[in-house]
Write a protein of this length. Structure first.
Length: 114
């Protein structure tokens, strides 16, 4: 049974940091590209960052380049998103998923507000 469990969200002030975690199970994590996605209120879900199978290649949306870092540990079936210098526009529900896509988890809410 596929499970994607995101955690680590919360309320943070502009300029603050958060580290999101995603625990995956039920599919071959170590051979999948993994990604973080977000859905802001009233908007479509968008890709934030992706990381290759062994972590050697990471890609980021232009809006988060230089602020967010994606990483993974295949031994723990976990992928993280370190988010720095957060902005109000980063407010969204954040999800992780693999490529190819599995069933989406519940996501974790990130709210950036003063």
């Amino acid at each position: 049974q596929v499970q994607l469990v995101e955690s680590g969200g919360g309320l943070v002030q502009p300029g603050g940091s958060l580290r999101l975690s995603c625990a995956a199970s039920g599919f071959p994590f170590s051979i999948r590209t993994m990604g973080w996605y977000r859905r802001a209120p009233g908007k479509e879900r968008e890709s934030v960052a992706t990381i290759s199978r062994v972590g050697q290649i990471a890609n980021y949306a232009d809006s988060v380049k230089g602020r967010f870092i994606i990483s993974r540990d295949n031994g723990k079936n976990t992928v993280w998103l370190q988010m720095n210098d957060l902005k109000p526009d980063d407010t969204a529900v954040y999800y992780c998923n693999s490529l190819p896509e599995e069933r989406w988890g519940q996501g974790t809410q990130v709210t950036v507000a003063s």
